[in-house]
Design a protein around this ligand. Structure first.
Ligand code: OOG
Ligand code: NI
Length: 437
């Protein structure tokens, strides 16, 4: 195959980045500032700076976010992503995680093998509107939503067929590769179809997210997020340029220990001009403000035990770095010994029979390298959604929410959604098995 899956993915990520930069100029600024932050960080920290990913990987690294309206659209999105070696990982229920009205359930499509991640880790957080959740939608609105969404085509049949072929063959020949990337990118381009003003505003009163999904005839990338090595530095540099960031960095605070999980922050996008069809039958310009800029810093993947500790700390002592240092080990080795984080192991010397792993590490015969966190955090995702909405919308908590979980979403997608912990644990175990001590 001339163009392998990973290369299709790298081209797709680059094409989306180019498209999004044209659509949202502030994104280009964000990428420039991110690159400057990373350059300075690497200059100041040397080798250590690339412990959680090579310079090439981090420079090209992006995550995108898209939102779809129905099980059918989600399963089609999964077929498109499969062509690029991106598979569903993790289940996120943002309906309860946010104070504002965010009626979606989500997963993330990403590569799952470590060598694929190293070649290009592009991932897309993908949310599906829960039109059947009565806390948000009355039976009349649900019916209107389902009809509106049912009548549109986000992913044309020729794109889906090409995607299926690429997925089955593990790549495509050059001319078809171009076609695939072009068609897939186009599916996420902002449309100039007129937006039905009355319908959009009706949905917006319930939830701005619902309006963004079910009030327009296409989908679009909501944001594209570069990775930085020092998010606090990025935050300050953006503010110095006059771009107001949201109040806080989501996720773990800045502290003296190793980076864990994920820290993210964002800024609200500017108004974007769109064409509307108004109630009086006229067509004319108006503005929408739904897209935003986001940036992230990735840390070490935590085990379930480490994650429990994180969830506890984030509840109790959010933004109190001193409390963190009392409970969370302040070194990688501390995290490892307490089995709070995932590592891979490599033999660098002859290990005498009967030596324990900890001893072999202490004697410098085996080195442990942290595994980077490749996923998302529901509380941060909800925080990011929320802080970029100007209106809270409405939710009737007297109603019982529709049950969604990883199994329901797997059925919709037509294949199992991977559990992120299983992937990290398996990677760690493979390296332990290879050590043979
Ligand atoms: C997705 C929000 C979640 C993140 O980085 O946590 C997300 C969206 O806005 O559609 O992208
Ligand atoms: Ni995001």
């Amino acid at each position: 195959m001339t163009v392998a899956t990973w290369e299709l993915r790298a081209r797709f990520a680059a094409a989306l980045s180019e498209l999004y930069g044209r659509e949202v100029p502030a994104y280009t600024t964000l990428v420039e500032v991110s690159e400057a932050v990373n350059r300075d960080y690497i200059r100041a920290h040397g080798e250590e700076a690339t412990r959680l990913g090579s310079v090439e990987r981090v420079t090209a690294e992006r995550h995108g976010a898209i939102r779809v309206g129905s099980p059918k659209e989600l399963s089609q999105a999964a077929r498109v992503f499969a062509a690029f070696g991106m598979y569903p990982v993790g289940f996120y229920d943002l309906r309860d995680a946010a104070k504002a009205s965010v009626p979606v359930v989500s997963t993330a499509f990403r590569p799952i093998d470590e060598d694929e991640l190293a070649k290009n880790p592009f991932r897309v957080f993908t949310s599906m509107l829960a039109t059947d959740d009565p806390r948000f939608f009355s039976p009349e609105i649900q019916q209107r939503l389902d009809e509106f969404i049912g009548a549109r085509t986000l992913f044309p049949e020729d794109l889906l067929e090409l995607a299926d072929r690429a997925a089955a063959a593990g790549g495509l020949e050059e001319n078809e590769a171009d076609q695939l990337v072009e068609k897939a990118t186009k599916a996420f381009q902002l449309s100039d179809d007129p937006v039905d003003h009355e319908w959009y505003r009706t949905l917006e009163n319930i939830s701005a997210v619902a309006a963004d999904i079910g009030g327009v005839t296409t989908t679009h990338i909501n944001h594209l997020t570069p990775r930085v090595l020092d998010i606090d530095d990025l935050y300050n540099r953006m503010e110095a340029r006059g771009i107001t960031m949201i109040d806080e960095v989501q996720g773990p605070p800045k502290w003296k220990g190793p980076d864990v999980l994920l820290r993210q922050t964002s800024f609200r996008a500017l108004d974007e001009e769109r064409i509307f069809s108004f109630e009086d039958g006229t067509i004319g310009p108006g503005t929408l403000r739904v897209r935003f800029g986001e940036v992230e810093q990735r840390g070490i993947a935590l085990t379930p035990k480490g994650r429990d500790l994180y969830d506890q700390l984030i509840h109790e002592a959010y933004r109190e770095p001193d409390r963190w240092a009392e409970v969370m080990p302040t070194t990688e080795e501390g995290l490892r010994q307490q089995q709070l984080a995932y590592f891979t192991y490599e033999k660098v010397g002859e290990v005498p029979a009967g030596t324990s792993l900890d001893d072999a590490i202490a004697q410098g015969l085996v080195v442990a390298t942290p595994i980077v966190y490749e996923d998302f955090l529901p509380r941060s995702a909800a925080g990011i959604f929320q802080s970029n909405l100007k209106d809270e919308g409405t939710r009737d908590d007297g109603q019982h929410g529709t049950d969604y979980d990883i199994d329901v979403l797997s059925k919709i997608i037509g294949k199992p959604i991977h559990d992120p912990f299983d992937l990290y644990a398996a990677q760690q175990q493979r390296s332990l098995d290879a050590l043979g001590i």
